[in-house]
Design a protein around this ligand. Structure first.
Ligand code: 8YV
Length: 314
């Protein structure tokens, strides 16, 4: 392995970076935009990239790496990587599915409870002393027993639904195809789902195919009791339409972990008191990030050993 050159591309933490260095002595770091500026001898030696984050990694970043054979993504969602461009160049792409399902599903439930029980304002009221001074939190809204729609019943959607079943919720879902579920109601389109529920949880795959999938029409179909939860990608929702609906009261609120152009999110969100905002931390626990790093590294190891990739995308 001593002659192997690995390109580390993205904001890996110290522990993750140390793991690459321990396994591969020749690691180099660059953002997708900086790859072309690497020394030509280094570029020609690089056969694998470990990638993390959401900066676009397209054909222009692949072309300077003439011998690239693998882009191993840190994350289940690989929408930042142009997989078609990779396939055209004979480059394999891998991701880190499954190991993060629990954390992302936990966060979806946390967003629902935090939004509906007004916990951010409750915390502010308590720690500011306003409660001690006679202030009180207005009554809020019950979640248990409500009607929820899961938009995208993949592996993460299923984990969310299983958790919400324990909250005695009436579960509806929309997916490309009907699934084997314990009596949950299938909807062939997102608008029909929105019309049927108060809670609308977006668990779609990101990428071009789902851009704006939760359209203005779908958002308005949700109605004034509707709350949108998004743990997928900001791009899956028509964000301007959602902001309009949140500002006008056309829907009741939102709990969001993902945004368009994050972390530089639309500043209209900052003014809203009916939303709970999180910094894309769905998979962000020590345990899960470690598990994701292991899946990523196992793909790199398989690639260099000439073995079958563990979690191939293309
Ligand atoms: C990120 C995610 O990958 O897995 C995904 O699709 O969105 C996250 O786990 C992680 O935040 C690193 O950017």
């Amino acid at each position: 392995m001593s002659d192997v050159k690995l390109l580390v591309c993205g904001a890996f933490n110290e522990e993750e970076r140390a793991r690459f260095d321990a396994n591969y002595p020749n690691t180099y770091a660059a953002t997708p935009a900086d790859i072309a500026a690497l020394d030509a001898a280094v570029r020609d030696g690089i056969t694998a990239v470990v990638f993390k984050g959401h900066a676009p990694f397209g054909g222009a970043a692949m072309d300077p790496l003439a011998n690239l054979g693998l882009i191993a993504n840190f994350g289940v969602g690989y929408d930042a990587i142009d997989v078609v461009a990779a396939s055209e160049r004979g480059i394999k792409v891998t991701n880190t599915p499954d190991v993060l399902n629990d954390d992302v599903a936990d966060l979806a439930v946390a967003l629902m409870l935090t939004q509906t029980r007004n916990m951010i304002e409750g915390d502010n009221l308590t720690r500011s002393g306003r409660w001690a001074g006679g202030g009180s939190l207005p009554l809020n809204r019950k979640m248990t027993g409500g009607t929820v729609g899961i938009c995208g019943m993949g592996r993460i959607g299923r984990e969310i639904a299983d958790r919400l079943a324990a909250f005695k919720m009436d579960i509806h879902y929309h997916s490309r195809s009907e699934k084997q579920t314990p009596g949950w109601t299938y909807h062939a389109d997102a608008k029909s789902l929105a019309e049927a529920v108060d809670w609308f949880v977006v668990a779609l795959v990101g990428g071009k195919d789902t851009e704006g999938y939760v359209s203005r029409e779908v958002i308005n179909a949700l109605g004034p009791n509707g709350v949108i939860i998004n743990i997928s990608r900001g791009t899956t929702i028509d964000e301007e339409a959602m902001l309009d609906a949140l500002e006008s009261g056309a829907i009741a609120g939102a709990g969001l972990d993902v945004f368009i152009n994050e972390p530089h999110i639309n500043e209209r969100f900052y003014e809203l008191t009916n939303v709970v905002l999180q910094p894309h931390q769905g998979s962000g626990t020590h345990e899960t990030r470690r598990a994701m790093a292991e899946v990523q590294l196992s793909n790199v190891t398989a690639f260099f050993n000439g073995d079958a990739l563990v979690t191939p995308v293309n």
